[in-house]
Design a protein around this ligand. Sequence first.
Ligand code: MLT
Length: 278
Amino acid sequence: MISAQDPPLNFWASRAPRQPPVCARPCWHTGPVRIDVALVPGEAAPARADVLVVVDQIRASTTLTVLLDLGCSDVLLTGTVIAARRLAATTGALLAGEHRARKPHGFDFDNSPSELSLADVRGRPVVLCTTNGTAILERVRTGAHVLVGALRNARACAVAADGLARGGQRGIQVVCAGRNRRFVAEDAVAAGVIVARIVEILGARGEAAELSDAAAAAVRLREGFPDLLTAMRESDGGATLRRIGQPEDIAFCAEEDASATVPVLRAGPPMRVVRLSP
Ligand code: MLT
């Protein structure tokens, strides 16, 4: 376990509070804020965290953020094409998403955030069908607060997670969606960015964070790449996007803090995400 007050992490050493710590939490909360990362979805523990941040960096988290930025009324989530078609037929929603990374027959849109960013979806509900992103959201839907995070909304997500976790005892877990339940670097790098942001926010208030080894490793992984575009290019998701002929999504997904929108899960049914109110 690495404490954020220990010096080895560069991001922390350079951003340590200069004044004596002031506890902005309710006085009965004395300890540092626990931050964990589930590097694979099997490690997600919704009952053991006050706030979960689900990261499917390439591409579901980025797509969800874009859809809400465009003014969708809400986004309904399903993991199967058949359920997506049924839901769209009963709700009049547009259909977006992928099956095996490709646009299913009859869908209005792909799961491509760069393509969707040009779409006119304002005021419309959208059914989004994805594989790994939906599966992990299903798995953690019992969590008290489940946010959707990506590089695109990293700062906004960190601010929201910090706010929702205040006064709690269990802390924050950032959950990587992975691919077919396995580790992928793009999710871990984005998780590392979000963790570093939360630590920064706490540090600015003079509060401490306690990072699990997995959270510290995610931060280290991000530090191991010269920049986020390189990290996305060299990741499993980046290779998939090149293979399916959508390399433009790599740069789009690598954009950091382009959005102030924080999608929050509503367990349903049907499961949906809406924009977290400020
Ligand atoms: C997923 O949820 O499995 C991914 O977002 C797939 C994709 O990149 O389209």
